[in-house]
Design a binder for this molecule. Sequence first.
Ligand code: ZN
Ligand code: ZN
Length: 366
Amino acid sequence: MAAMEALEPGLYMGTLPDCLEEQFLREASITALVCCMSSPPAASSIDETHTLHVPLDELETAPLFLYFGTCARFIKRQLDEHGHVLVFGADGEACHVTIVAAYLIHTRQRTASQALEFLRARCPTTQVPASFCEQLELYEKEQGRVNLTQPAVRQFLLTRTNALEGYVTPGMLIRDHPDTQNDPYSDPVETRPPVPESAGTTRLRCKMCRRELASEEHVVPHEPGKGELSFDPHKRDSVRKGLDKAPVARQRGSGPAVPPSGPGPAAVALPPHLARIHSAMAMQGTRKSLLHSARCSAYFVEPLVWMTESSDVVEGVISGRLMCPNTKCQAKLGSWTWAGTQCACGAWVTPAFALQRAKVDEVVRP
Ligand SMILES: [Zn+2]
Ligand SMILES: [Zn+2]
């Protein structure tokens, strides 16, 4: 075969069977391999410690994102040690091209489209499937880092690849869960001193027993109404009917509420002790609710450690009820599903860990 050109000093990309010929490996002084095939070919002259396997087939659903960090770090380490790395896959497939693109995003701060354009010029016949392009775009948005507990990452893996089928465990997706430390995919996180809890953080607690369940940083945002068109007409009607009444009344007390009015006649006329209460209530009114709109039926939160104990958020289970973790209470607080669900405002939330608004209180810790 013709001598292969390096993509950058020491980095090569190729397909089987040509690139594994001993003559090529010798000429290019290859010292390490990244093998992007589910069944790796027979051993070459490169030993196991200098070989990294990405055990995925080229399927639209393959969660290739999981391997971006491991591969980028491996390639970078080999090049830093003046090695020569060959990233290869089966002829006509695109896993290896995608892995090299991820390396360029991680180390060269390329965008996904820049990286792909650069590689397409080198191998014009390779088609990178849309799903792999999306995973590179996600990697770019995540600044070239893999962290499975990032909401966008979790959502992508669960909805557009079948990552839960043997690749990741629920524990790896739950912040602060012991499994997060055993997750083989995420980039190591620099240990930062814990951020002291700021005063005034809004928390959600069980209405029955007042056990704290989540704080505002655990609430996953969704855009109210987005996806409303996916309602079937009957459902949409019934939701609208519901809307016209109850939520409007509720909104007065606690909703995203009335802007603070200036010192209107009511405030001026109040005696001092009542005026204080009045202004405290006005403050409450301006505080932003953790609900995204008055129509939302639930607080959608990240999967949290207490859910593994009380609510069966464990491997092999894909949905269930959310129960209060206080063993004396065990109130039903809502439901969860990795597959996602629709909020009453119309938005789809995936995965969905929904605490019903009627079952929890918002409290501000002073
Ligand atoms: Zn409770
Ligand atoms: Zn909503």
